[in-house]
Design a protein around this ligand. Structure first.
Ligand code: NAD
Length: 342
């Protein structure tokens, strides 16, 4: 009984705990959450292949990439890159092939789940394609290696534009550019210059620049000082995990990757958790809230609100919580409790 025509989205259940937490999300059986919320999504499911696809040079097939390109939206579970030579990392393949240039991670205190802070409500936006992660490393002579940090005007403007656009669209008031331009004068200097240029087009949004070391100190002392943070790749990788820690850990935090041409690939930030895989112990919250990010990207805000509310109420109630949140519920019990809240 969908109220509108279904939207097709790609689903990568992924590895390890991926299929278990994807089970909580996808439409299959009666108790699954997206079904209960009458979300008009039809999942096109894709698994990581068992052989290297020569067209992608990785275990991700060309058909999987085509599926995301066609649907423009998708949800991705964690992927463990198989060890061995001659192929690209799965996450890197997705990032490069789909040009996923910005990683967006909302991070807010969950009501009823006590951590050191009650008032975290920030969003980190990480440049996802260059910086220290350009993969350009080599040995100069024995005992001396070199790594190139690439910052381009094009990628910096693109992520800054996205950050300000996001801030405006979500009623946020401030964008902080995180940098180390006092030392990395050319690279971070260019990044800041681009942020400043974009900031001028958004006079209604306060713009500030914060040095990364000071930013870390401020985040652990008083995270409520921040609203939207935009930064180059490596800083974003570190700061976004730091922020996940502020609100209770990796099992909770969603993210969404934004690509060229409006592609959105939402994903949980955690890995495949091999230590608990196959045991029905994983917390599906991060993937569920990533699905919520995807729905928001599709402007299905009422559906997104319903699911988000049910997840947060279930955690707040405290009767059903998975082990990472100090409870003893299984993934499926927790999922059922969320369905009851829906
Ligand atoms: P991990 O995130 O898989 O696990 C770290 C710890 O957090 C483990 O103790 C795990 O049990 C726990 N944990 C993570 N997610 C949880 C959840 N939803 N519920 C409850 N507990 C959870 O990190 P790792 O062990 O460093 O990595 C394992 C594999 O995942 C590696 O192959 C790595 O490359 C891959 N990885 C993939 C992604 C991705 O696909 N985006 C991200 C990180 C790591």
């Amino acid at each position: 009984a969908f109220s509108s025509a279904p939207i097709t989205a790609t689903l990568f259940p992924g590895d390890g705990i991926g299929p278990e937490i994807a089970e909580s999300v996808k439409q299959c059986g009666y108790i699954q959450i997206f079904r209960e919320a009458e979300v008009p999504i039809e999942w096109e499911e894709h698994y990581v292949g068992t052989e290297i696809d020569p067209r992608t040079q990785s275990f991700l097939t060309w058909e999987s990439l085509e599926s995301v390109r066609r649907n423009r939206v998708g949800l991705k579970g964690p992927m463990a890159t198989p060890i061995g030579k001659g192929h690209r990392s799965l996450n890197l393949t997705l990032r490069k092939e789909l040009n996923l240039y910005a990683n967006v991670r909302p991070c807010y205190s969950l009501p009823g789940y006590k951590t050191r802070y009650d008032d975290v409500n920030l969003v980190t936006i990480r440049e996802n394609t260059e910086g220290e992660y350009s993969g350009l490393e080599h040995q100069v002579v024995r005992g001396v290696v070199e790594s190139l940090k690439i910052i381009t005007r094009q990628a910096s403007l693109r992520v800054a534009e996205y950050a300000f656009h996001y801030a405006k669209a979500h009623g946020r008031e401030r964008v902080s550019a995180i940098h180390k331009a006092n030392i990395m004068q050319k690279t971070d200097g260019l990044f800041l210059k681009c942020c400043r240029e974009v900031a001028e087009k958004y006079p209604e949004i306060t713009y500030e620049e914060v040095v990364i070391d000071n930013c870390c100190m401020m985040l652990v002392k008083n995270p409520a000082l921040f609203d939207v943070l935009v930064m180059p790749n490596l800083y974003g990788d570190i700061i976004s995990d730091l922020c996940a820690g502020l609100i209770g850990g990796l099992g909770l935090t969603p993210s969404c990757n934004i690509g060229e041409g409006g592609i959105a690939l939402a994903e949980a930030v955690h890995g495949s958790a091999p230590d608990i895989a196959g045991k029905n112990l994983a917390n599906p919250t991060a993937l569920l809230l990533s699905g919520v990010s995807m729905l928001r990207h599709l402007e299905l805000h009422d559906k997104a609100d319903r699911i988000q509310k049910a997840v947060l109420e279930t955690i707040a109630e405290g009767k059903y919580r998975t082990a990472d949140l100090g409870g003893s519920s299984t993934t499926s019990d927790f999922t059922r409790a969320i369905c009851d809240h829906l």
